[in-house]
Design a binder for this molecule. Structure first.
Ligand code: MN
Length: 150
């Protein structure tokens, strides 16, 4: 089992110390999710789930599914520190992920089942409410998952 510092090595490696992005953070009494709208070189939505002391993260190129029957590609990215759940602001030009970040939705997270290739969970946010599935989608690439409402 990797420890928390190891989980965030990639996060730190991709950034310089002068990034406006946060580090650290403390676990919430009840786990949370956040989705950040990220106006980087390509607009995308970053889904983050509080799991194991970090925010496991996926970049979703299209607006996340608020209704059943919509499947979205979700590309897993590096784990983020818990404090990232509160981050809104502008990552300066030239830095990794440059562009504006704003919180699109957030709320409580309940993990129903988590196995290697599948995570089932319940979200209670303002836009995202109900049971969701992340399913590994190896055909589309090593970090690709499908994300949909059940
Ligand atoms: Mn992003």
């Amino acid at each position: 089992m990797k420890n928390q510092i190891d989980k965030l090595l990639e996060y730190k490696r991709k950034r310089t110390p002068d990034t406006p992005e946060p580090s650290g953070g403390t676990p919430h009494k009840n786990p949370i999710f956040v989705i950040q709208e990220h106006h980087a070189s390509h607009l995308h939505w970053d889904l983050r789930l509080e799991m194991g002391g970090v925010l496991r993260s996926w970049a979703v190129p299209k607006e996340p599914p608020t209704e059943k029957g919509v499947k979205r590609l979700a590309v897993q990215t590096e784990d983020h520190p818990l404090a990232y759940a509160d981050f809104e602001g502008v990552i300066p030009e030239g830095m990794y992920g440059a562009g504006r970040v704003k919180i699109w939705d957030r709320g409580s997270l309940e993990i129903i089942e988590c196995i290697e290739d599948k995570i089932e969970f319940r979200l209670q946010g303002r836009k995202m409410r109900g049971e969701y599935v992340l399913l590994r989608f190896k055909r589309a690439g090593p970090n690709s998952w499908l994300f949909f409402k059940r």
